[in-house]
Structure formats: C-alpha cells, structure tokens
Design a protein around this ligand. Structure first.
Ligand code: ACO
Length: 314
C-alpha cells in the first residue's frame, strides 16, 4: 500500500491585475458591492497567455520545489475547462514545455472541482503502486469565456494555475478523496460551445448556486471528517474552493474552525475554477502556514454540479 505525498507545489498568475475599481469603469458595479457580496478585491487576467502556458509555469515551479528531475514524472493530469486547444490536450502541451517525453498526459474537466478529481485519479495510480511521481495541475482562463458586459458574472472570476507533484510513500499522504456529481442543477452554471455558437459564455444563476454551494460544502466537510474518524478539532487546515468569502465563512463556521485555520486567497485571486484549490494550497505551503504532517482538508464545488473533498497529511 502506497500513499500519495505532496512533495512540491507551484503556481502561476498572469501579470495583469484587475481591481474592483477597474471593474467599476467597465460595468455598473462598485468595489463596495463586490467586497460585501464576495470578498474579492482583485483578480489576475491573462493578456495573451493560455491555460497551457499558466499550467506549464506552475508545473515547472512545483517540480523545482519537489527537487526532482522532470524525467521522473510518470503521469501528467491537467484539470481544466478552458483548454488552449481542443486537441491535443493541455497535459501534452505541459509535457512539451517541461521537455520530457513518453509519460501519459491527459486533461480532465469537472469545472471548478477538476483538481480534486485529478487528485483522486492520481491517488489511485499511486496507491496501487503503478506510478511513483505524478504531476497534477489545475489551470483555467475563465476570463476568455466570461461576458465582460454581464456584471453578475464578470466580477467573480480570475485566471491562474496551480500544480503539485505527488510521490509514492509508505507514510500518509492522501488519506482519501470523495467525488460527487449531480446534473439536476446542470443549468445553474454552464457554458456551451457548439458549431453554431463558437464563443462559449458562462451563464450562472448566482443566488440559487449560492444556496446549493453553502449546503453542499457544509455537509461535505462534516461527512469527510466522519468517514475518516476525525473530529472537527483534529483538522489543522481547511483549503476550500475560493469562490466567495461568504461561502468559505459558512463552511468554516459549520466546522467550528477559526478563520485563521482556513486558507483564503479569494480576495486576491477571485474564482479561478480548477486552479482555485492548488493555488490556495500552494499559498498555504509557501507562506509556511501548512506544516509537515498537519491534517488538511480540500473541498470544492462547481458546474455539473460536481463537488468533492480530499483529506490528507501534508
Ligand atoms: N454589482 C452591483 N450589483 C450587482 C452585481 C454587481 N456586480 N451583480 C448583481 N447585482 C445586483 C443584482 O442585479 C441584484 O439587484 P436587484 O436586487 O435589483 O435585482 C442584487 O445585486 C442582488 O443580486 P443577487 O444575485 O441576489 O446577489 P447575491 O447576494 O446572491 O450575490 C453572488 C451574488 C456573489 C453571485 C452570489 O450569489 C454567489 O457567490 N453565488 C455563488 C457563485 C459561485 O460560487 N459560482 C461559482 C461556482 S464554481 C464554478 O464551477 C465556476
């Protein structure tokens, strides 16, 4: 039996920063409204970079921090819903940017939940002893599919990528991952792309989604601890999906976890979709908050709806 241990993390954010004050000049909104409803004050937006470019930079940093030769990577999984190209997949583009050949590389789309899905797939390969080093990336450039005239969505999202390298180890590691989908609410948040409609645009019924998100994430956190026999005060860190500070606070309250035990990046990143969790995790690791062997829960929800969690010892 092998566990998947995080041995390196990395991130990449576009240079361009868009503040709430910039948005005030673009749509009928205000810094006060955005701060009060979401907690977001700024986000990074690409100029000409793609999701693959961001993913490659985050992956390079994660590999440097893992202190391994990139040639040791056995598998690359990239979670994204905004790939640079439909073909080939983003994983192949990342592999090329890393200058390595031969290892399998593929993409996976579960919207904002993509990184947890990718982590879960990676963990299956490692725990069965099939692969030793796996690169897992979450990357999205939702700015490319946002309607910049729709104030109800354009203020929420940002671009970025986060990556981690997992290594097979005899000590934990990932203790478990828990994945869910339910398409009953498939029209609450969606973007279509057909031959007739070449420019996909995100459509969202925010108020409905807010309620589902709060209920889902509160229950998910409690269920995840229960499944592994932990109590709320065993948890050192919650790394939640960075969509809305109000949703994050509700989940923390339900877990009876003080907010200084919750990694928060939504204020400076906005909702970066599949990049949200790895960006937040990297932030927690880089800042020295998350320490070796601490108990960490990742949890997320997104379009689908999809949702999921992971419990791990860092
Ligand atoms: N600036 C100013 N006013 C606005 C803005 C804006 N940017 N957007 C909406 N409003 C107005 C609305 O028109 C509405 O006005 P009305 O009362 O005159 O009709 C009023 O503000 C309140 O709108 P609500 O939608 O009820 O505001 P709410 O408090 O629900 O906040 C928000 C909206 C922030 C979108 C919230 O519902 C939310 O965070 N929902 C969850 C979103 C989410 O997490 N999505 C990502 C899922 S992850 C993924 O897969 C990508």
């Amino acid at each position: 039996m092998y566990y998947s241990r995080i041995i390196g993390s990395g991130s990449s954010l576009p240079e361009r920063r868009l503040t709430n004050f910039d948005l005030e000049k673009m749509v009928d909104t205000s810094d006060a409204w955005i701060m009060e409803r979401t907690g977001i004050s700024s986000r990074h937006i690409v100029t000409d970079e793609s999701s693959a470019d961001l993913a490659s930079e985050a992956a390079k940093e994660a590999i440097v921090n893992a202190d391994i030769d990139p040639k040791l990577i056995d598998l690359i999984i990239v979670a994204t819903c905004t790939p640079e190209r439909l073909l080939p997949n983003t994983g192949c583009l990342v592999q090329n940017a890393l200058g390595i050949r031969g290892c399998p590389a593929f993409d996976l789309n579960a919207a904002c939940s993509g990184f947890i899905y990718a982590l879960s797939v990676a963990d299956q390969y490692i725990s069965r002893g099939l692969y030793k080093h796996i690169l897992t990336v979450g990357t999205d450039t939702l700015s490319k599919i946002v309607n910049w005239e729709d104030r109800t969505t354009c203020v929420l999202f940002g671009d970025g990528a986060g990556a981690i390298v997992l290594r097979a180890d005899h000590t934990p590691g990932i203790l478990g991952t828990h994945l869910y989908s339910d398409a009953a609410n498939r029209d609450v948040l969606y973007a279509t792309k057909t031959h007739a409609d070449t420019s996909p645009i995100i459509k969202m019924r925010g108020r409905e989604l807010f309620k589902v998100a709060v209920n889902t994430l509160e229950k998910l956190a409690i269920d995840t601890l229960d499944k592994h026999g932990f109590k709320h005060d065993d948890l050192d860190w919650l790394v939640p999906h960075q969509a809305n500070l109000r949703i994050i606070k509700a989940a923390a309250k339900r877990l009876k976890l003080p907010l200084d035990r919750v990694i928060q990046t939504v204020q400076k990143h906005g909702n970066t979709s599949a990049a949200s969790l790895p960006l937040a995790l990297h932030d927690g690791i880089q800042s020295g908050k998350v320490k070796q062997n601490e108990l960490v829960m990742l949890e997320v929800f997104g379009a689908g709806l999809t949702w999921g969690s992971a419990l791990l010892r860092y």
